[in-house]
Design a protein around this ligand. Structure first.
Ligand code: IMP
Length: 198
């Protein structure tokens, strides 16, 4: 549909982009991927999400969504948190590094995924939407689905890691789905549709 208003997803992360295409498929907007490549110098998810969204808005002039997310392990006092993408050069190394730091720590390794969405629109204050998913980090890699730390994140009550869930199952539990739901329920996107059509 060529006349749908565009919403920039300010990310170069293929896993996140795939999930937003699914989560926002009914929102009536055309999603455009644009990696604003900002340095994540913020001290919180919201600051980093804001940096990504506002840089994309400045470059494109279009409403832009920034996502900052991470995995927080209780026994490691919330580590890696906002540093989740920077624990190593590849995801395999990041996962291995996290598990290395957990060696000798008694299980269960309670953890949560957090996602903050920042929505930056021309002439408006940036708005924020948050979601979390509580679960447990497990020491063995389970499943090939999803991205990032999905294969070592066990979702309580399901017996599965995110890596073992197809996308439609992950979205029932995920932090990103919860943040996207908050965004959709706020009406911010439907308000954006008529603004862009004017
Ligand atoms: P950032 O938001 O660009 O700082 O990157 C967040 C990092 O957290 C990703 O690179 C992943 O390693 C991890 N992460 C965020 N959301 C998820 C998820 O849904 N599954 C698995 N890992 C995630």
């Amino acid at each position: 549909m060529p006349d749908r208003p565009r919403l920039v997803i300010a990310s170069g992360n293929a896993g996140k982009l795939r999930e937003y295409r699914d989560l926002l498929s009914g929102a009536g907007v055309e999603l455009v991927a644009f990696d604003s490549e900002v340095e994540e110098v913020g001290e919180s998810y919201s600051e980093n999400a804001r940096l990504k969204a506002e840089a994309a808005l400045a470059r494109s002039g279009l409403p832009s969504l920034g996502d900052d997310s991470g995995l927080e392990v209780e026994a490691l006092h919330g580590f890696p948190g906002i540093k989740s993408a920077r624990l190593g050069p590849t995801q395999e190394e990041r996962t291995a590094e996290l598990l290395r730091r957990l060696e000798g720590v008694p299980r269960p390794w309670e953890a949560r995924f957090v996602c903050v969405i920042a929505l930056a629109m021309p002439g408006r204050d940036t708005r924020f939407f948050e979601g979390e998913c509580r679960g447990e980090v497990v020491p063995e890699w389970r499943g090939e689905a999803g991205f990032g730390y999905d294969p070592i994140f066990l979702v309580p009550g399901t017996g599965k890691t995110f890596g073992e869930m197809p996308p439609e199952e992950k979205r029932k539990y995920s932090h990103r789905a919860a943040a996207a739901r908050a965004l959709l329920e706020s009406g911010a996107l439907s308000e954006l549709v008529p603004r862009l059509r004017r």
